[in-house]
Design a protein around this ligand. Structure first.
Ligand code: ADP
Length: 236
């Protein structure tokens, strides 16, 4: 049975890539609406694979995945957009469009789903304000620092009021100060809007500072799940 308070449910999920690599084994995981969860683990432990399965970039070999009531595994390719509309995704390398301004990069996410122009303007400016970049709307990505570029990516991820923000090593290219700013922005969004955040990271300082739920993946298995955890070196 799926309870309404659960946003993400994985049951007995296994992932074996076509080359024979087993990336995830027997994963059972529940994440409630409004939670902020760090997924930690060594390089190659399966963190990205888990995140990718949540937005249907990869399909599990076995098991069930539900996100926001959607059966992610059974979802037809032609319906994947329905899942993606409920999500915002933030990557390590920002993935901004270099020829578009900050404003256009964020507005683009709404244009792509056919939003009205009045709505696009209001929502884009609101998202940029939330990440503290209202003064940079006309700049291009290459005129911004790494931290600012990542904040544009977060604005783009939240502009359509997603239920869930998935982040794959969002601070991986940033120095400690910028990393802290980025996770503070995500924490604020989580606290003010109740948007669920799942963040794969190996940033020890960040994990120790924010004291969130911490899930430890080791060699494709979930080995620890702490309610208010620290970066558990020994479990990794
Ligand atoms: P992490 O994000 O923790 O570094 P990944 O999920 O990227 O780990 O990788 C888990 C395992 O799956 C690794 O052994 C990796 O080499 C393998 N892997 C990841 N992506 C692919 C792929 N597309 N094809 C084959 N093997 C992959």
């Amino acid at each position: 049975m799926i309870l309404l308070s659960e946003l993400i449910t994985l049951t007995n999920v296994n992932k074996k890539y076509k080359n024979g690599v087993n990336a995830i084994y027997d994963l059972d995981l529940k994440i409630k609406k409004g939670e902020f969860v760090f997924v930690i683990g060594g390089s190659g432990s399966g963190k990205s694979t888990l995140i990718k399965m949540l937005y249907r970039e990869e399909k599990p070999t076995k098991g069930e995945i539900f996100v926001g009531g959607i059966n992610v595994v059974k979802l037809r390719n032609s319906r994947v957009y329905k899942l993606r509309r409920k999500l915002g995704i933030v990557f390590q390398d920002y993935r901004l469009l270099p020829k578009l301004t900050v404003y256009e990069n964020v507005a683009f996410a709404l244009e792509a789903i056919g939003a009205k122009s009045s709505e696009i303007r209001i929502k884009t400016l609101r998202a940029l304000e939330l990440v503290g970049l209202k003064g940079k709307t006309r700049n291009y990505p290459d005129e911004l620092s790494g931290g600012e570029q990542q904040r544009v990516a977060i604005a783009r991820a939240i502009v359509n009021d997603p239920k869930l923000i998935l982040c794959d090593e969002p601070t991986g290219n940033l120095d400690p100060k910028m990393s802290l700013e980025i996770v503070k922005v995500l924490d604020d969004i989580n606290k003010t809007t109740g948007t669920t955040v799942v963040m794969a990271t190996h940033d020890k300082e960040i994990v120790n500072k924010f004291k969130k739920r911490v899930i430890v993946i080791k060699e494709g298995r979930l080995v620890k799940d702490y309610e208010e955890g620290k970066y558990d070196n020994e479990a990794i």
